[in-house]
Ligand binder design. Structure first.
Ligand code: KG4
Ligand code: ZN
Length: 394
């Protein structure tokens, strides 16, 4: 079954095409036919964060070119046999009335290319930036109408979980049902959540951030240190330098809520504490930036590791997933791996591969695969972008 997936929740436009099949009842095989991604990070860098209306505009501009490139990679770009009827073009115009530029691209696409060999379309409908999400949702609805195929709405965070559960190379992955219960540490620019799954597809949020997300904290701290957006990778690079040089610990930042018995976390105090330090310095030397980056990374990682261990102890989870943009942090991965080996040797740790840790459409396709094979589709009219969509489904 061929599935096309669309991701547009933040500042990456992603389109993936996969061919899925059930190998055994607990194993899915996922052949990647195309995995196209357009990052807007350099555009948003000037604003120091993602600017929602710019994200919407960029998604609308890039969606069709990315679709053509993905279909071409998958060798599914079909010649048009007959032009779409005027009534259908009118419907597409109505569906995309808020995305005029996207409508023009879709109409040109429909006049140039025919229906590809695609069986269903999966789309991220939340959580994320609502204007950005709507572009993907409306684009998916328009393509579903044009090609007469069903739709599967996918929660972006479920996509992140699947990104850590699949195994394979860039062109072929398998998804094996994990040992349950499954605990997921989801850490991205907008989320820091510990989620328990007693069965596949069922989620209970055990704890989350009370203010800033872990990635947001990395980004805000990076900004205070004069580092570009997104700041996580830059902090991580400077922290690694500080470790390599064994720089003395000049600065101390708090580890918020580390001794609190709840599974919630809070990162805004960390940024404020860093602000107090930077305000006192006239200019930070390169060495001081490395020392502060080390302290920021250590503080965030220590809190995340502590809360994860606490959640493992309380839930008896047998699998631990770490996913979302911050899971690309090598220090977090190393610390979790080391502490789990020491304290929970029977728990399997699944960290999303680096190329799938940040937002992409392949993870959306993987999360959609079980629904697609069970033909669990949603009527287009019921699908709405939901910026605050929660994973909780008990
Ligand atoms: O999942 P993602 O691509 O987008 C959201 O859904 O938010 O996550 C982006 C976040 C950014 O805050 C970025 O700074 C952070 O992931 N990030 C990292 C690293 N790579 C990306 N944080 C720490 N260390 C990294 N290596
Ligand atoms: Zn994400």
């Amino acid at each position: 079954m061929k599935l096309l997936a669309i991701e547009s929740s933040c500042d990456e436009t992603g389109i993936a095409i996969v061919d899925i099949s059930e190998s055994t009842t607990d194993t899915l095989s996922i052949d990647v036919l195309a995995h196209a991604l357009n990052s807007q990070a350099s555009i948003h860098a000037q604003y120091g964060g993602v600017f929602p209306t710019v994200a919407k505009r960029e998604h609308a501009k890039n969606a069709v070119p990315l679709l053509i490139s993905a279909l071409s990679d998958a060798k599914l770009l079909a010649e048009v046999t007959e032009r779409p009827p005027q009534a259908l073009v009118g419907e597409l115009m109505h569906m995309l009335e808020r995305e005029q530029e996207l409508f023009v691209h879709v109409a040109m696409f429909a006049a140039t290319y025919g229906k590809p060999d695609i069986d269903a379309i999966a789309v991220t409908y939340g959580p994320g930036l609502e204007p950005a999400l709507w572009v993907g949702v409306n684009f998916a609805k328009a393509l579903a109408k044009l090609w007469s195929v069903p739709l599967i709405p996918i929660n972006h965070m479920e996509g992140h979980i699947y990104a850590a559960l699949i195994h394979g190379s860039t062109s072929q992955y398998t998804f094996e049902k994990p040992k349950l219960p499954l605990l997921s540490l989801l850490v991205s620019g907008a989320h820091s959540e510990l989620v328990l799954s007693e069965s596949v597809g069922q989620y209970k949020i055990l704890g989350s951030t009370r203010d800033d997300a872990a990635g947001e904290c990395f980004d805000k701290c990076a900004r205070l240190l004069g580092l570009p957006y997104p700041g996580g990778p830059h902090i991580s690079r400077l922290a690694a330098e500080a470790r390599r040089k064994q720089l003395p610990r000049e600065f101390v930042l708090p580890r918020p809520m580390i001794h609190d018995t709840s599974l919630d976390c809070s990162f805004s105090g960390l940024k404020t504490a860093l602000l107090r330090i930077t305000e006192k310095q006239t200019a930070l030397s390169d060495e001081q930036k490395e020392q502060l980056s080390l302290e920021v990374e250590d503080a965030i990682v220590e809190v995340l590791v502590k809360k994860t261990l606490l959640a493992l102890e309380r839930t008896g989870a047998k699998t631990c997933v770490v996913s979302g943009g911050v899971s690309a942090n090598t220090h977090l991965a190393a610390e979790l791996s080391r502490t789990l080996e020491e304290q929970f040797p029977d728990v399997s740790l699944c960290i999303s591969p680096r190329n799938l840790s940040t937002d992409n459409a392949l993870m959306i396709a993987c999360a959609a695969a079980p629904y697609a094979l069970k033909e669990q589709f949603a009527p287009p009219d019921t699908i709405q972008a939901q910026g605050n969509l929660s994973l909780q489904r008990t």
